[in-house]
Design a protein around this ligand. Sequence first.
Ligand code: HEC
Ligand code: HEC
Ligand code: HEC
Ligand code: HEC
Ligand code: HEC
Length: 330
Amino acid sequence: MSLGIRIGIVVILFAVLGSGFAWLQGGAPGAVRATRWESARQCQECHQDVYEEWRQSHHAIAFTNPEVRRPDMSDDFRKEECMDCHLPRPLAHTGFGKRTLPRRTHFDEGVSCITCHLAADGGILGRNDRPDVPCKPRASAEFLAVDACASCHNQHWTTDQWRASHYPQKGEDCAHCHMPHVERRRADLSTRIGRGHLWPGAHDKNMLAKAGKFTVTRQDAGVTLELENIGAGHNFPTEERHRAVDMMLRFLRADGSATDWQLVHRCRQPYRDEPGENTQLPAGQKVAFTVPIPADAVRAEARLWYRLTPFCDDQDPRSTLLEERTIELR
Ligand code: HEC
Ligand code: HEC
Ligand code: HEC
Ligand code: HEC
Ligand code: HEC
């Protein structure tokens, strides 16, 4: 066989294989080939605003987040089981409500548009049927249901806590608080109502400040600190066992000196190997503690802290001061 003929055979082989693949991916020859949705960047082209919000969210950094990659955490994902939810395949592949499986592509996209919006047949899921627009979204009850979030957000019972609260009866689901309505602008500059894709949570001070109502009052011989969960649709704090909410108190004397800050109460779910019980504050519930006033105290100062980890002090950037109260005792 001459070299020319051999090259010819190889070229024909590739052509046949190539059209075979194209047929497998796009349907029979002659059919209009549907877009194969596999990256958030494809959506960015038309949904720039949604894309930018998602980029700032913790969903987008799920696989790149240094907090998750720490040696005592996933150890740069050497603990492969951590990839299940931090670099997941589309929900529709494993089934809405079921725990997701890991993928090996698009490492910088963590939990992405594709994870939530892709349909099992390769289409796009949304609230409305829109055959008139380029991505042809279809209405899907499964996609909109709380179970979709539960696929990843029930490992530490956040979804169960929500189910046990009064929020389901009120019709306030996860998206009600974490994906509020926002105004979006179409290409022709008309507006429509969309849903925020920032998912504010434990890293957003405004969101954290909505969760608890902190009250400090003087009783006869004591100062009472009370905390009520008025704004979180689940326990406060929730999810990760390392989150903590601390109620702190100190007394000041006439000469300006002060007692040390004392931890009056910590709301937290301990790790499995730690002693103690779950003191997270369920939705709608409250706790109150009274501390006796020392004889020489002239003033009391109380603080409510949120900590991303319980193993950090007030100066640590992982601590957020939510409330501060002073009451005069003289
Ligand atoms: C070529 C442009 C284009 C691309 C690419 C595109 N979309 Fe769309 N999409 C649109 C337009 C236009 C609308 C309609 C917006 C409106 O209501 O005016 C829309 C609407 C939607 C809706 C709303 C459906 C509803 O319930 O009303 C969803 C969800 C959606 N797109 C998801 C996606 C996702 C996810 C991707 C990427 C995988 C994507 N789109 C890629 C143009 C696009
Ligand atoms: C079943 C799904 C799932 C698996 C598996 C999983 N995670 Fe997560 N992870 C989540 C969810 C959901 C959040 C967001 C809730 C939160 O922040 O508490 C999260 C958040 C985190 C955070 C907090 C990030 C921050 O910026 O504060 C860390 C750290 C973390 N995961 C580490 C791990 C490690 C380590 C593993 C493996 C041992 C792991 N995760 C496995 C679902 C999962
Ligand atoms: C495929 C898994 C997955 C699904 C589905 C999912 N999440 Fe998440 N979510 C995560 C992971 C993982 C993180 C944390 C990423 C990180 O910080 O590294 C997270 C973070 C969050 C946070 C931010 C927590 C923080 O402390 O900043 C909120 C809020 C949140 N998710 C809400 C939702 C809601 C609401 C839904 C349903 C519409 C949902 N998530 C669906 C995996 C998922
Ligand atoms: C009534 C409003 C409301 C509803 C409903 C609600 N949340 Fe939250 N969520 C909050 C507030 C406020 C915070 C901040 C305080 C906290 O962490 O508890 C928060 C925090 C979170 C966090 C951050 C936890 C962490 O440690 O990083 C996640 C994740 C989350 N919510 C997921 C969900 C999921 C999933 C649902 C539905 C099952 C849901 N939320 C329902 C208000 C709500
Ligand atoms: C954690 C799951 C999740 C991720 C990740 C996600 N979405 Fe969504 N998206 C939803 C949910 C839930 C809705 C709300 C549907 C409703 O209630 O109307 C929605 C609504 C939308 C809508 C219609 C409302 C609006 O604001 O315009 C568009 C368009 C959209 N998503 C595009 C995207 C794009 C593009 C990305 C990636 C950049 C993305 N989504 C990432 C879950 C997700």
